[in-house]
Write a protein that binds this ligand. Structure first.
Ligand code: GTP
Length: 596
């Protein structure tokens, strides 16, 4: 295709502002999917996405559209909608010349929209501002058109108004995409350079890689090369999705499509990497490539120890489709054999856990998530700590913790409560701007550790659901952090060790010790439960001793009933864990780890 007849765009929207509905309507209007074929939310393939109503994996669709008698090809590139996937969003944006900024006409701009808009502006994309859901009775298109215009520096009249639901204004929007967005430019005769913006594992076809060609041409059967590693693959198939895959004779400048090489693992075809011809390779890659970096770690353990091999197999399978997922075996006194797993963020953790449970039928327990610390002990070496148990003993000279730049949008009446929350989480304000008379954008520098745990829930409940949050990694800081251990009769229970700020160590200690006192049954002897920083005890509870006799309940001679009880007790014993001399039902550990 002649590059001047191509337009590549994506849609930037907050969750629920109607991106999928609008995309569906476009697929229908351009005729690539008939109304009959149209499943609601066509682009969201994975069940879990549909279930949770979020888009995780991006994908591209080519649509024909005629304007002023000329036939154009529109490539719509889907972007993931959640903060954990910022890097994937940035690569999807980098594959486009322009973005539709889609905002719910009854809600206005939210933090995620803003964060992604900033990414798009940084990437020099042309922005088309659009208000959606104008069919809603409570839509306020005039108010929010002014807000949008103010934000991106255009006239309120230039803001398009559509309804993805009724289809109103959508044809006009497609015309504007052609009119306003620049056509892609690149060097047709140069060695090929194509950027990978998505990579998906398919059971039947292996990895399907989505690319945007910048220069040159990729053709079927040639050998291609991944520029980050130099590895080469034969290009078995190349084509475009519309939305079903259509093999083609090649992809040239400005085109968007898919590649199949037969590789079985998305880590061999990484988002952000540049693909070139192996015979005539480009010298410079397209830039912007980053290895996925796990930010949050958690231990994952099967409830039933015999499921350990099944958990390992399941993680192996998930990793084929998730380059950001990393894990290694770990053992815990309290929980047995499991894995320490690294995630991009809390949502990534939750999604992974849910997939392990629903797709692989595993019952899991996860330890409290923690971030990655750099710790310097007496030997002056900085070590990386992804698990509190790796925190060195003895004198600690320095602890570095990861920081984030957070953007919070809220109605101005909530400024006070948002500030209070951020301060209690050791945040520093970096700036505040009014988006309109009654809505503000607040920017904070916060420790990642303080927001991975229930920050978003707190923010939502304190602002009655009106605030929205986005964050990205932003360096690190030195902080006064300590490891708090929980001890049962003098023995550390590894799964409960936590790294906290010194000011919060005491509250963590008292919370855990009193929780465990409730949960652990009495033993034949007294059991002290302690919280400690190093050798210093900061909290203590006691479980008093009892003599238990299960048979005491059976007065009289019903021997079969007695046997049953004894068997039941044996059954129960299997799920007991020994911590030193103390017998603890696994359920107690699980209950203590659950947050509610
Ligand atoms: P994520 O995939 O979670 O990011 O959501 P989304 O932005 O794709 O939103 P989606 O298209 O799933 O729409 C969210 C809700 O808004 C759904 O209940 C839609 O039916 C509704 N909706 C979308 N567009 C319109 C519209 O133009 N008018 C009205 N009234 N409702 C709409």
């Amino acid at each position: 295709t002649d590059p001047s007849l191509i337009r590549n765009f994506c849609i930037i929207a907050h969750i629920d502002h109607g991106k999928s509905t609008l995309a569906d309507r476009m697929l229908q209007l351009t005729g690539v999917v008939s109304a009959r074929e149209m499943k609601a939310q066509y682009l969201d393939r994975m069940d879990i996405e549909r279930e949770r109503g979020i888009t995780i994996k991006s994908q591209a669709v080519r649509m024909p559209w005629e304007a002023d008698g000329t036939a154009y090809a529109l490539n719509m590139i889907d972007t993931p909608g959640h903060v954990d996937f910022t890097y994937e969003v940035s690569r999807s944006l980098a594959a486009c010349e322009g973005a539709i900024l889609l905002v719910d006409a009854a809600q206005g701009i939210e933090a995620q929209t803003l964060a992604n808009l900033y990414l798009a502006i940084e990437g020099d994309l042309t922005i088309i501002p659009v208000l959606n859901k104008i069919d809603l009775p409570n839509a306020q298109p005039e108010k929010y058109a002014a807000e949008l215009a103010n934000l991106i520096g255009c006239e309120p009249e230039e803001v398009l108004k559509v309804s993805g639901k009724t289809g109103e204004g959508v044809e006009a929007l497609l015309d504007e995409v052609i009119k306003q967005l620049p056509a892609p430019v690149g060097e047709a005769d140069a060695p090929a350079r194509a950027m990978i913006f998505d990579s998906v594992y398919d059971t039947y076809r292996g990895v399907v890689t989505y690319v945007r060609v910048v220069d040159g041409k990729l053709e079927p059967r040639e050998r291609i090369q991944m520029m980050s590693t130099g590895t080469t693959h034969e290009l078995l198939e190349i084509g475009v999705s519309s939305p079903n895959p259509i093999p083609s004779k090649g992809l040239g400048v400005g085109e968007v499509g898919y590649l199949i090489t037969g590789v079985k693992d998305v880590r061999q075809s990484k988002v952000g990497d540049t693909v070139t011809n192996s015979l005539k390779p480009a010298t410079d890659s397209l830039g912007g490539y980053e290895e996925p970096k796990p930010m949050v770690f958690s231990g994952l353990y099967p409830l039933d120890g015999t499921d350990y091999p099944a958990l390992r197999d399941a993680l192996d399978k998930l990793q084929l489709n998730d380059a950001a997922l990393i894990y290694e075996p770990e053992t815990s006194v309290a929980l047995g054999f499991g894995f320490r797993v690294g995630f991009l963020g809390l949502l990534h953790l939750e999604i992974t856990r849910q997939r392990l449970e629903s797709e692989f039928n595993l019952d899991l327990i996860s330890t409290a998530p923690n971030v990655v610390y750099e710790v310097m002990g007496e030997d002056k070496q900085l070590i990386t700590v992804t698990n509190p148990s790796e925190f060195p003993d003895g004198k600690i000279l320095e602890v570095h913790e990861p920081m984030v730049a957070a953007t919070i949008l809220a109605p101005s009446e909530f400024i006070g409560v948002v500030m209070e929350l951020c301060q209690s989480r050791r945040g520093t304000m970096r700036g505040m701007d009014y988006l309109s008379e009654d809505r503000v954008e607040m920017r904070y520098h916060l420790p990642l550790a303080e927001i991975v745990f229930d920050f978003f829930d707190q923010l939502k409940s304190r602002t009655r659901g009106y605030a929205s949050l986005d964050w990205k990694a932003d360096g690190e800081q030195v902080a006064d952090l300590v490891k708090v251990d929980i001890l049962l009769q003098g023995d550390t229970v590894d799964a409960f060790s936590a790294i906290t700020h010194r000011d919060k160590a005491y509250s963590y200690g008292t919370m855990m010790t009193s929780k465990l006192r409730e949960l652990i049954p009495r033993q034949q002897f007294e059991v002290p439960i302690q919280a400690a920083i190093g050798s210093r005890i900061i909290a203590r509870e006691n479980i008093r001793a009892i003599r238990k006799d299960v048979l005491a309940k059976c007065y009289g001679g019903d021997i079969s009933r007695k046997r049953k009880l004894l068997e039941k007790q044996k059954e129960g014993k299997k799920r007991m864990k020994m911590v030193g001399r103390v017998e603890v039902p696994q359920e107690a550990f699980i209950a203590a780890l659950s947050t509610d």
